[in-house]
Design a protein around this ligand. Sequence first.
Ligand code: SAH
Length: 228
Amino acid sequence: MVKGFSISATAADHKAMLRDILEEVELTRYEIGKAALDARVMAAMAKVPRERFVGAYDRHRAFVNGPLPIGYGQTISQPYIVALMSDLLELMPDSVVLEVGTGSGYQSAVLAELVKHVYSIEIIGALASAADERLKELGYGNVTVRHGDGYHGWPELAPFDAIIVTAAAPYIPAPLVEQLKPGGRLVIPVGEPGGIQQLMLVEKRADGSVSSRSILMVAFVPLTRSQP
Ligand code: SAH
């Protein structure tokens, strides 16, 4: 066995991750317009075992405040970004959320701690089934994972209280805005795939009108499209 291969992260590493998130929130407070995130979001970040969502080779550094590879050229997002995006959605315990880009299922688990139900779509079949299995093993009965192209959203289950896209799109997909409830929020990285994007917050008001604003510069893996 490779030395160090099975070394796991510790509870102290998990605490350090929470401190790193607080520090980065503080450093970006002028961009994100707040000096602290919702306490419920931070409690979810404290609860979800990130080491269960990364590969065995990365388990020892599962709580580093950065993205990590999850196979198929994809990554589990940086903890600070997971926390920030969850916070921006202003979730309620009875919210129903759509996630595009299940990946490892980590963001889905964080959301599952905060809302009634999470519907998540992943375009890579192997990642979708691995995440589904992992979430079930961890007892997240309120997450439903589907293999497919999330660009189209999940029209049969729409509208949603909130939608989160964890892959970068060149523009905001119209079907996702359509599938947002009045009063709902959509968070999505928009910009050049493979480069830097703007994390956009889209809000649908009670009268159905839509506004959007840029929150922060980010770097996400691209939103890909299924071939017809
Ligand atoms: N939320 C994930 C982050 C995964 S990275 C986590 O916590 O681990 C983004 C994911 O989006 C990748 O797994 C990628 O395969 C997926 N993806 C890219 N384009 C997609 C699309 N059109 N529909 C659904 N998933 C997509």
